[in-house]
Design a protein. Sequence first.
Length: 160
Amino acid sequence: MSVSQQKHFPVSWEELHRTAKALAWRLIGIGEWKGIIAITRGGLVPAAIIARELDIRLIDTVCMASYSDDHRPGEINLLKGVGGDGDGWLIIDDLVDTGRTAKYVREMLPKAHFATIYAKPAGRPLVDTFITEVSQDTWIYFPWDIEPQFVQPIAKMKRS
Ligand SMILES: O=P(O)(O)OC[C@H]1O[C@H](OP(=O)(O)OP(=O)(O)O)[C@H](O)[C@@H]1O
Ligand code: HPA
Ligand SMILES: [Mg+2]
């Protein structure tokens, strides 16, 4: 799917904070964790918010990249992993889309609990806990990727 065919779902800092806190409420009801593993880079901000809420100070990272600038999934590139099987650890990422990243990380850390803020239908079965589902043809714009700018009034956009 090309970028222009996608629906847009921009997320503000405030909304992200509120939804990450909703995830923390859900997670605190599930159990206690040895620590958090953040999936870079998208999981870093959500992991910081959740670590603060759950009073967790032990934070590790799985460092990886897969998407190109035109929103197309590419090869998964693992830059840094973590040892062990993930038992007792909480993995945090911003979202699951196709589920490829989650599948890869779950194979590496099969006993960890995998949580994201957002989930699309294809990735949903791979995540243990999430808060908001959006359709598969929606692209989520996180606050660190966007800035406010002028847009045409709707009537003008319809005319052009
Ligand atoms: O379910 P998937 O189709 O695998 O997509 C989800 C992953 O894609 C994005 O990361 P990306 O690799 O783009 O890097 P980033 O976190 O640095 O933005 C996002 O943060 C998830 O980690
Ligand atoms: O919808 C998305 N938004 C931001 N990054 C992503 N990586 C995969 N899907 C998405
Ligand atoms: Mg990511």
